[in-house]
Design a protein around this ligand. Structure first.
Ligand SMILES: [Fe+2]
Length: 305
């Protein structure tokens, strides 16, 4: 999930200019250093009883967001489903939230930083993440928040996301199945290229990856790191679930996405491009080309407008 246009660079920095506050997240420094953007790991959080996640407050948030920032559908679906075949639930977003306990649905409120209170909370959480990420992956930007509200037993189908993500379980429980996005037998180069050139996030689930990957049971107070483009699907527990996803980008993953974009172009020209990461100097060249192309398009658009 991403929407670069909606949120300008809103780095929650510098921390020195912020009032001292109690930490909301519990992050183990060694685990973060060893695993960030490589494999999932658990964190803790203090958001469980936060008033911004009460259903009545979430309803108000939903009404205040633009329609394009609210996505919802039926939640009693298989783990692998083509996006165009994802069934609706026949309700409005408002009704979906009010009847979430029985309407067998899945709903996400996107870019919740559009509301100042949620923006403040997102920035506070990400400032804590940044203490760990900045020394290794500097340049936190495009900070965005998503709130998932889902019915008992609902399913989020198999998909991947383009940003660094920490998912905090606020209410209810979830079982998250995650797979190694660096393994090309799980996610192919072609799938990555499709994804980065506007393809849908849902992926084809390959039965051969069933015995690989990681499974985490999340309950209130626990959170999970999802590495960039690590495929996953999620099954809700027997209660209503509310979870808060805090996400951000860094220049290195933006460069990676540009390499996949350029590789998609080379493949369309009938070539077999080297995978991203294999030849760093070629990657730099590919990324440069994509940026130069983007700049040229912008200049041409300005001239013709
Ligand atoms: Fe996801």
């Amino acid at each position: 999930m991403h929407c670069a246009e909606l949120n300008p660079d809103t780095m929650p920095f510098p921390a020195s200019m912020r009032e001292p506050e109690d930490d909301l997240l519990e992050i183990d420094r060694e685990t973060f250093q060893a695993c960030f953007d490589r494999r999932p790991f658990l964190i803790g959080h203090e958001l469980t009883n936060h008033p911004l996640f009460e259903i009545s407050r979430l309803l108000r948030l939903c009404r205040s967001l633009p329609e394009t920032s609210v996505e919802y559908n039926a939640g009693n679906i298989p783990i692998c489903v083509a996006p165009e075949r994802t069934p609706g639930n026949g309700l409005s977003a408002d009704e979906t939230i009010r009847r979430i306990a029985e309407c067998k649905s899945w709903l996400v409120l996107k870019y919740v930083e559009q509301e100042p209170e949620y923006r403040a909370l997102l920035n506070r959480c990400l400032a804590e993440v940044a203490r760990h990420s900045e020394p290794h992956r500097p340049g936190m930007r495009l900070t965005q928040g998503f709130i998932f509200i889902s019915s008992p037993r609902s399913v989020t189908p198999y998909h991947m996301d383009p940003e660094h993500n920490f998912l905090m379980q606020i209410r209810g429980s979830k079982r998250v199945h995650l797979f190694d996005g660096r393994d090309r037998s799980i996610v192919s180069e072609e799938e990555l290229e499709r994804f980065y050139t506007g393809g849908h996030r849902n992926l084809e689930y390959r039965r051969n990856c069933e015995r690989t990957g990681w499974t985490y049971d999340l309950s209130p107070g626990s959170g999970l790191h999802f590495p960039v483009t690590a495929p996953h699907y999620v099954k809700n527990g027997p209660e209503v679930s509310v979870s808060f996803s805090i996400t951000f980008s860094t220049p290195d993953i933006e460069r990676r996405s540009e390499v996949h974009k350029f590789n998609a172009y080379l493949r369309r020209c009938g070539l077999q491009p080297a995978p991203a990461g294999k030849y760093p100097w070629r990657d730099r060249l590919k990324s440069f080309n994509v940026r130069a192309g983007r700049k040229l398009q912008r200049l041409l658009a300005e001239r013709t407008s």
